[in-house]
Ligand binder design. Structure first.
Ligand SMILES: *Cc1c(COP(=O)(O)O)cnc(C)c1O
Length: 376
């Protein structure tokens, strides 16, 4: 024991910024709660997963890959990129594949940001922006939100000479807030073109009619669009996402990327998923119905929520200090319902609930009603 201590005390201090990182809090796994409670019927609405699972074509594609597990995956991801070219009308040279879009966000930071630089993102924005910034020892500039959403004008003003990257989430997680093409255009026209703007569109498939980001790629060579297969495509476990940007930016990121960062199951499943627009349509339809169901349920309980254009809703559950989001989260857990407390995002009065099936949403609303009555 004592020799271990000596050994660890000799380890060099971690890189600048690492010691200050608070690890990302993931949603509580279903199996963990099952073990803790001895409950069988758990509803998990904590990680914005697709309640329909994924396209059957993707499942079949994964099965078909099983014979080849002894081989490395295609490091260039040719077939998936070919499909992305077809669906999104971009060039091969504009695509970076990532081990989830989380990988994309980190690759951007490692490629473009050093410890002398600053990175701009919004208050209540997706936690990985701050994590990726801190991991490279850079300084994050968190711009106060406006009505929980990104204040794009203030964010443009916050850009300094040493700012290399701005992270934007549209819609944002955990708030569900979004911004318009008009506000985005004004933002892009204000931010210097040497600053890389990362537009994280993890939820864009749910309400695609509000924002067409692809057309901005040609106009703004400093724009990078980040997409994921984890949410609407239902492939969260496989870890695959992609970035679209100029071929210059893409080439630079590619130098940092691990050669085999996306495994063969993920590549095959994502390619198949892009070919199943019916599944995406079903996903959207279920999400819209579930959104209405949750909104009506919250209204009936006298609760307010932040209007969302994603697959989750952040609900204000607090009326006083006694009943904060974390307490409601814990009380819901005891009833077998997993949601997400978001105090860590500076929103202690809120819980974030992912939109599930009709039955899951109903179960959540009933449990919430029970929990709120008990604390009234
Ligand atoms: C879920 C999420 C991601 C990352 O998802 P991956 O599974 O890593 O692709 C990125 N950005 C936002 C805003 C998210 O909510």
């Amino acid at each position: 024991m004592s020799s271990e201590n000596t050994a660890s005390s000799q380890i060099q201090p971690a890189n600048q910024g690492i010691a200050n990182i608070a690890p990302y809090q993931t949603g509580k796994p279903i199996d963990e709660l099952k073990r803790e409670l001895g409950l069988d019927n758990i509803v998990k609405l904590a990680s914005n997963e697709n309640p329909l699972g994924c396209s059957p074509l993707a499942t079949q594609a994964v099965r078909d890959e099983l014979a080849d597990v002894g081989r490395y995956p295609d490091g260039s991801g040719f077939k998936l990129k070919e499909k992305i070219v077809e669906v999104f009308d971009v060039e091969m040279s504009q695509i970076t594949l990532g081990n989830g879009s989380n990988d994309i966000l980190e690759l951007v930071a490692r490629t473009f940001v050093s410890s002398e630089d600053t990175v701009v993102y919004s208050q209540h924005a997706f936690a990985v922006y701050a994590l990726a910034t801190q991991a490279v020892g850079a300084t994050g500039i968190e711009v106060p939100a406006k009505d929980f959403g990104h204040d794009l004008a203030a964010m443009a003003q916050a850009v300094r000479d040493d700012t290399r990257v701005v992270f934007l989430a549209n819609p944002n997680n955990p708030t569900g807030t979004w911004f318009s093409e008009t506000d985005f255009t004004a933002f892009m026209n204000t931010v210097p073109s040497r600053v890389l703007v990362v537009l994280d569109e993890a939820y864009v498939e749910y309400f695609p009619e509000y924002f067409n980001s692809l057309k901005f790629l040609e106009k703004y060579p400093n724009l990078l669009i980040s997409r994921t297969f984890s949410k609407a495509y239902g492939l969260a476990s496989l870890r695959v996402g992609f970035a679209l940007a100029s071929s210059e930016i893409t080439d630079l990121i590619n130098r940092v990327r691990q050669p085999f960062n996306v495994n063969s199951f993920a590549l095959a499943a994502a390619t198949a998923a892009l070919g199943d627009q019916d599944f995406l349509h079903q996903t959207r339809t279920l999400n819209h119905a579930g959104m209405s169901q949750l909104e009506a349920g919250c209204a009936a309980l006298g609760l307010s929520w932040i209007p969302s254009r994603a697959n989750f809703l952040s609900i204000c559950v607090s009326t006083d200090v006694e009943r904060q989001g974390t307490k409601v989260f814990n009380d819901l857990l005891k009833l077998g319902v997993i949601v997400r407390p978001i105090a860590g995002y500076g929103m202690p009065d809120y819980i974030r609930v992912s939109i599930g099936t009709f039955t899951e949403n109903k179960r959540f609303l009933e449990a919430l009603s029970q929990v709120l009555q008990a604390t009234e």
